[in-house]
Structures are given as C-alpha cells and as structure tokens.
Ligand binder design. Structure first.
Ligand SMILES: Cc1cn([C@H]2C[C@H](O)[C@@H](COP(=O)(O)OP(=O)(O)O[C@H]3O[C@@H](C)C(=O)[C@@H](O)[C@H]3O)O2)c(=O)[nH]c1=O
Length: 195
C-alpha cells in the first residue's frame, strides 16, 4: 500500500521544497520567517508555516493552538511573558493587520545570549513572522491603531506556569521604539527579573 504523501513528493506539483525561508537572528534559536509569495493578478499565496521546513532546520515545532490579539491603539504594549517549564511554549507570531515592534528575550541561563533581546517590526505589509522557542520571554508594542496579531503555539495555556517581567526591566534594557501609551495592570506589576 502507498504510504502517506510527503512534502517534496513529485505528486505535489505546486509544492516547493523551501517555500518558507528561515533566517537566523542575533539570538540562537529565534528565527525570522520570510515567506516566498506566489503572486499573480489576484494577489498572492504564501506559506506562513511548514513543519518540514522547520524540521529540516532542526526545529521541532508543531502548533497545538492558534490565537489572535487585537489592539485598539498604537503604543499598546503586552509582555514580557513566558510559561515556566514543563509548560514552556514555542510561538510563531505575525501581524495580520497594522504593525508592531516584536521582542524576544533569551532567558536560558546557560546561553551565551542570556538576557539579550532581539526586536524587529512585524507588519501586515512585510508579512514576516518571528519564531520564539521555549526559554524566551516575548512582548510587543503596536505601531499602529487596530493592530491584530496571529499566534501559533505548541503548548497548552497553563496559567499556573505564567511568568512575566516588566517591559522596562533594567536586566534587559530593551530599546522600545516608542513610549507605551497603554499597558495592562498585570504587566505593570511584574517583579524585577531575577535570573
Ligand atoms: C494567553 C492566553 C490567555 N487566555 C485568557 C486569559 C485572560 O483572561 C485573557 C487575556 O490574557 P492575557 O492578559 O494573558 O493576554 P496577553 O497579555 O495578550 O498575553 C499574551 O501576551 C503575549 C506577549 C504573548 O506572548 C502571549 O503568549 C500571551 O502571553 O485571555 C486564554 O484563555 N488562553 C491563552 O492562551
């Protein structure tokens, strides 16, 4: 009997081996996804996640849930958030409307980039996604009103394991591109990071 079709099999004529480009960032493990759009007069089609491409890059990432985050005003800041082990979660984040400055912070104590951050603009226009593995904190500030974010996450939500740090914690010294105009109460109340 025939086995299941695999990405790259000749039968999948319209599939391309590396339709998702995974770029390194200044933080080992954090990757930037640059889609390769197939454009025509209708618009475009682009893959925004591919399990096989991730696996070929040595990343074991299978989303279990997808979430959306809508933010009314520019300057809305959410984060920094992570889930403690064994509930660590990897996230793939992109913007479907508007724009934001997205940040990952390395919280792996044995990492050469421990407590270092990486940030970049993700927007509906540039269609970039950021992959943030377990062991990193994540946060963002919106750059436009009515910005909406799509998450794919590989672990169940576990409020008991939820942890956070303030966006302006001196342990990280993140250079946000603007001062926040709206931050949730929980995010203002995180204790100083003790790593
Ligand atoms: C994250 C999450 C929240 N919730 C609930 C809890 C709460 O009532 C409501 C809003 O949750 P929060 O205030 O935690 O939402 P928010 O501050 O947007 O949390 C998010 O921030 C960014 C930076 C991330 O990286 C995400 O993983 C997530 O932590 O939604 C779920 O039911 N499932 C979930 O997976």
């Amino acid at each position: 009997m025939e086995g299941p079709l695999r990405h790259g099999d000749p039968l999948i004529e319209h599939s391309r081996e590396f339709a998702v480009i995974l770029e390194a960032t200044s933080l080992p493990g954090v990757r930037l996804l640059r889609p390769e759009p197939h454009a025509d007069k209708r618009g475009l089609f682009a893959r925004t996640y591919c399990r096989e491409t991730f696996a070929a890059a040595g990343i074991d990432f299978t989303p279990l849930q997808m979430s959306t985050s809508f933010n009314r005003i520019a300057g809305t800041l959410r984060g920094l958030h992570w889930q403690e082990a064994p509930h660590g979660e990897a996230k793939l984040v992109r913007v479907t409307r508007g724009a934001m400055f997205d940040v990952a912070v390395d919280l792996r104590a044995d990492s050469p980039t421990y407590r270092k951050w990486f940030g970049l603009e993700l927007s509906a226009e540039n269609r970039l996604s950021l992959f943030i593995p377990a062991g990193f904190a994540h946060g963002f500030i919106t750059l436009e009103d009515e910005t909406e974010i799509a998450y794919a996450i590989d672990a169940a939500y576990a409020p008991v394991a939820a942890r956070g740090a303030r966006f302006d914690d001196p342990a990280f010294a993140i250079a946000w591109p603007l001062a926040p105009s709206l931050v949730g109460e929980r995010d203002l109340a995180w204790p100083g990071f003790e790593g």
